[in-house]
Each structure stands twice: as C-alpha cells, then as structure tokens.
Design a protein around this ligand. Structure first.
Ligand code: VTB
Length: 321
C-alpha cells in the first residue's frame, strides 16, 4: 500500500466519526430553529457534539472552540475528547450561524474540521480575522497586501473571467462599507450575507455562486475555512483584525501582531484535513434537519484532504422524540 493509500484509509476512519459528530449537533440544534434563543440552540449543539465525540475512537484536542466571542456555551480550547485513537486537532463551530438558527433562516450548519495533532493554528484571544479566500485556479496569484482592485484583476486573470463577472462573498456589516464600495468600484459585484462565512469560504473555494470571499469574520470560522481551502486546493490568507482595543491588547500579549498575515498553510499545516458540515436550517447546498416518514433526516457534506473529494451523505435515523 502506498503512503497515500495509508493516509486515505486513516482519514476515512476519522471521517465517519466526524460526520456522526456534526449530525448529532445539527439534530440537537434543530429543536431550537426559529425560537429566538441562539444561546440555547448553541448550547444544545455543544453538548451533543461533546457527547458524540466521546463515543468516537479518536484522541481529539479542541484547538478552536466556539462561544467566547458571543458569550455562548463553550467547548473549551484544550479540551480532550474521544475514546482514544488517532491524535487530531479539532476546530468546531457547533452552530455556524446562531442568528440564522434563532430566526429560522437558511444557512445555519453544524461544522468541524479535523487535522493531525499540532497542525492547526491556535488563535488564542484573536476573535476576528480579515479573510481572503479564492479557488484553486487563483492559488498563489493574489497579493494579500494589494488593493482590492488589483486583487480582483489578478483573480479575474487567474480564473479566466473579466472583473465585471466576478462576485465576492462579503458579510453584510458596517465595517465592510469601504470593502463593498471598493469591490463595486473595481467593476465586480457582491453577494452580501448576514452570517455564515464558512459556507461563503466553501463557495469561494468551489467557485460556486462566488469567486472569492473577502472581509472580516470570526477567527474560528477562519481556521475552519483554511481547512476547506487546503482540502480542496484553494488559497486563503487570514489577517489578524482585532475589532476592539481590548482584543488588540490581548492579541498582542498572545504574541500576534494586528495586521499580521497568515497563509493557508500557516493556518493548517497538513494536507490530511477533514471537513464535515451538517445542515441545520437548510439551504440550497445542504438540506436542513427534517422528518421523513417518521425518521430524522440529515444532510452532511464531507470533504477529505488529499483526495479532494466531496461527499454528500443523506442519513435517516429513528429517534425517540
Ligand atoms: C462571521 C459569521 C458567523 O460571526 O464569522 C461572524 O460567519 C463574525 O462576527 O456566522 P460578527 O457577527 O461579530 O460580525 C458569525 O456571524 C457568528 O457569530
């Protein structure tokens, strides 16, 4: 067996476990769809994720938990989970898009990324990151320090489109007013979305709906996005972008510089990455949790590094509720 085959086999084993974890989180969170209580939905997903991890034959270290930024319930960074097995770093977002969940809007997902132990960037207190995510054709073609117009020109050249046909995923936030104006002034268009830049990064890497993702979002989501980019051969840069003096001071104390740019491979230094996402509220990429013939159906997207494969899994479970 070649080393590539060995790697693939090991990944496949962990991959199944990872889908069980995101599915458990999505099912628990789905009970809170549209109830206006995002912390409760997030808390349910966190507890379900923790319980599901502890049933898997892995030695998982949570490198990136979620919650501190939104004062939501935590799966703590540094927490060890699992029954023992391959040592992996885990970045989780039990509900990516808690507001979407609380409002019953499309696009909330339960998501995680896994990679071999000690290969994921530890963001510490850095909550916000300025991201640039592009598809494989543009890998190495974009200067993260260049103005937006120059980046879009380089992107267009790399993907073979005029700038006027490029669309950029941007979170709709007041902080992005200038970015949005710059994108439009360059002749490109924006897909403005209220939440969910992990899905945005996935779309950008796939060149599906958008050609790039730009702007400031959560750092946890950023590391998960870097795993997607690495697994599928796309590119990403993440720039430390503290949004308050307090965050800036903590980031500096931690040894990171505001404005410091991390490459995709600094964000995750292994090709052996796994990404799993299960739809909660559902959108046109991943259906949400729903009842079908008395069973609970989930839709999960699984991406395994190395072979650049995307796998969609539809699972129906008989649950007692
Ligand atoms: C983004 C988005 C997330 O946080 O990362 C965003 O993808 C950034 O934080 O779904 P702000 O909302 O504070 O701008 C989320 O919206 C989740 O909190």
């Amino acid at each position: 067996m070649s080393s590539q085959d060995t790697k693939t086999t090991r990944l496949a084993d962990i991959a199944t476990a990872m889908t069980a974890v995101t599915e458990a989180a999505a099912i628990s969170a789905s009970r809170w769809i549209g109830l206006g209580r995002k912390e409760d939905g997030d808390g349910a997903a966190v507890e379900a994720m923790r319980a599901a991890f502890n049933e898997q034959a892995i030695d998982a270290t949570i490198v990136i938990g979620e919650g501190e930024k939104d004062e939501a319930p935590m799966l703590y960074s540094g927490e060890r989970l699992g029954l023992g097995g391959p040592a992996v770093d885990i970045a989780i977002d039990p509900v990516e898009g808690t507001t979407l969940l609380a409002k019953g809007m499309p696009g909330a997902i339960a998501v995680l990324a896994a990679a071999p132990a000690n290969t994921m960037f530890r963001p510490g207190p850095a909550f916000y990151m300025n991201k640039l995510v592009v598809p494989p054709a543009a890998r190495g073609a974009i200067d993260p320090n260049a103005p937006v117009e120059a980046q879009l020109k380089a992107l267009g050249k790399a993907v073979g489109k005029p700038v006027s046909q490029l669309r950029v995923f941007v979170l709709e936030r007041p902080r992005h007013e200038k970015l949005i104006a710059d994108i439009r002034a360059a002749g490109a268009s924006c897909r403005l979305v209220s939440d969910g830049d992990v899905l945005g990064s996935l779309f950008a890497v796939l060149g599906d709906r958008v050609d790039a993702l730009m702007g400031v979002g959560g750092t946890p989501e950023g590391v998960i996005s870097a795993c997607v980019a690495r697994a599928l051969g796309g590119d990403m840069f993440g720039m430390m972008a503290p949004q308050s003096d307090e965050e800036k001071a903590k980031v500096e104390e931690f040894g990171l510089k505001p404005g410091q740019i991390l490459t995709r491979d600094e964000l995750v230094s292994s090709d052996e990455v796994i990404f799993a996402a299960t739809g909660i509220t559902g959108d046109d990429m991943l259906g949400g949790v729903r009842k079908v013939n008395g069973r609970t159906r989930t839709e999960t997207l699984l991406i395994g590094g190395g072979n650049q494969m995307l796998r969609w899994l539809t699972t129906d479970r008989l649950l007692n509720d």
